[in-house]
Design a binder for this molecule. Structure first.
Ligand code: MD6
Ligand code: FE
Length: 204
């Protein structure tokens, strides 16, 4: 495989099948309490192709009126987000190298046609901690470049059970999901892909 950019860390097959199943069950519990919703782009109001929800003390979302942000409650129910499952906190403790717990876990659900445009994760006040992502279900093609949108990018597949981190020199790298590969995993009965991203949001 190609060399990944400095700070882009991939842990292939980090979760065994049974651990993936356990995590899917936890995600289903979160989604029951905090239903998936569709964020829209700042200013244009164009809907994103992924559906999302969150767990943790803060959740990420976007809408036409108020743009990209973190907030403590679900935009439709008004309820606080459910807590981050212990299994995810344990993965963060094992891999992040960061002494404090994540505050936000964004849950993105991709149907077979969903994508994610090239973006930076920069709505946090704290860029010292990495962003850690867990992939479940169908495989996806992930693209990562540098801190400028026009920097050359490297693409690689993220498969079910893989963990990936954008840390250090890649913390503010542009990245996105070019496509999903339908039918590549049996983990989710209805198909598609779940990506979980854990983040620190505030300064200590
Ligand atoms: C995804 N991931 O894998 C989208 N961001 O569906 C991200 O946008 C992402 O995987 C920051 C760090 C890791 C990621
Ligand atoms: Fe991202």
């Amino acid at each position: 495989m190609q060399k990944l950019p400095d700070g882009t860390l991939l842990f292939p097959d980090f979760l065994k099948k049974q651990e993936q199943e356990q995590l899917v069950a936890s995600v289903r519990d979160v989604v029951k309490r905090a239903p998936l919703f569709i964020s829209t782009m700042p200013k244009t109001g164009k809907p994103m192709s992924v559906r999302m929800t969150n767990c943790g003390t803060l959740g990420w979302l976007s809408d036409k009126e108020n743009g990209y942000r973190y907030q403590a409650h679900h935009p439709q129910t008004g309820n606080a987000w459910p807590p981050i499952p212990d299994q995810l906190l344990a993965i963060w403790d094992e891999l992040s190298g960061y002494a404090h717990s994540p505050q936000a876990c964004l849950i993105n659900y991709y149907g077979t046609d969903a994508k994610m445009g090239l973006h930076q994760d920069r709505d946090e006040q704290n860029f010292d901690a990495p962003v850690l992502s867990v992939s479940l279900g169908d495989s996806a093609l992930f693209r990562v470049g540098g801190e400028n949108r026009t920097d050359k990018t490297t693409s690689f597949k993220l498969n079910s059970g893989d963990v990936m981190m954008l840390s250090g020199k890649s913390r503010l790298a542009f990245h996105g999901i070019s496509r999903i590969y339908p039918g590549t995993s049996m983990l989710l009965k209805q198909g598609g892909r779940i990506n979980l991203t854990l983040r620190r949001v505030t300064e200590l």
